[in-house]
Design a protein around this ligand. Structure first.
Ligand code: AMP
Length: 216
């Protein structure tokens, strides 16, 4: 079992790779973005409070996301945790290290998914997902076989994220470069960083991620 971080800008493919690791290795995906969207759709006070911040593409406060992760870490994961979209700031990275140490766990690898900005814009602005099973689609590169119906579970509940538009994406990218990209140096200095080409075919990316995991 291994605990890993998937690191990369929005649209790098972190969620897609995380879902494969869940299916193939029984790992547990901890996506703070998914947790925040769930809090919003279930109408909790915290969810409502952060909805506008998220829609603009800005980061929510460190305290909120660290609290979300702390709750989940206590529950443990036999197959290991995949941190997807967390940490996103140096403060969150320090907090994760402390939380793992406190619960007797470690961090085995940090996988940076490298992509270029032009590809991100194209990927994100065509993206939609199945609200029932979470399958990810794209208008141009991966449409559903039958319009309006999920290939995997047959649901008609196909959704676009409120922040998957060009304006919010610009803010999300800026937040990434200002606040999250320093984590690349942070984990490199700790000897934990591996980088994969996130622009390769989905299966080739999965193979590169698997090889990092198997050598961790
Ligand atoms: P994601 O689904 O990972 O792209 O996250 C969607 C949005 O949720 C981000 O643009 C932020 O507003 C918020 N968010 C998710 N994870 C974090 C985090 N670790 N720190 C701060 N904000 C986050």
């Amino acid at each position: 079992m291994a605990n890993i971080i998937l690191l990369g800008p929005p649209g790098a493919g972190k969620g897609t790779q995380a879902k494969r690791l869940v299916d193939e290795r029984g790992m547990v995906q901890l996506s703070t973005g998914d947790m925040l969207r769930e809090a919003k759709s279930s109408g909790t006070a915290m969810g409502n409070r952060v909805a506008e911040v998220m829609a603009r593409g800005e980061l929510v406060t460190d305290e909120i996301v660290i609290g979300l992760i702390e709750e989940k870490l206590g529950q443990g994961a036999g197959g290991g945790f995949i941190f997807d979209g967390f940490p996103r700031t140096l403060k969150q990275a320090d907090a994760l290290g402390e939380l793992l140490a406190r619960t007797g766990q470690g961090l085995d690898a940090v996988i940076e998914m490298q992509v270029d900005d032009a590809a991100l814009v194209a990927r994100i602005t065509g993206r939609f997902t199945c609200g029932n099973c979470g399958e990810v689609y794209h208008d141009a590169t991966r449409p559903t076989k039958v319009a309006g119906t999920c290939d995997v579970c047959g649901s008609h509940d196909l959704k676009r994220r409120a922040d998957d538009n060009e304006d919010a994406l610009k803010t999300r990218l800026m937040e990434y470069y200002k606040k999250t990209s320093p984590l690349i140096g942070y984990y490199y200095a700790k000897g934990q960083l591996s980088s994969v080409d996130g622009l390769a075919e989905m299966d080739a990316v999965a193979a590169a991620v698997a090889s990092v995991l198997d050598n961790a």
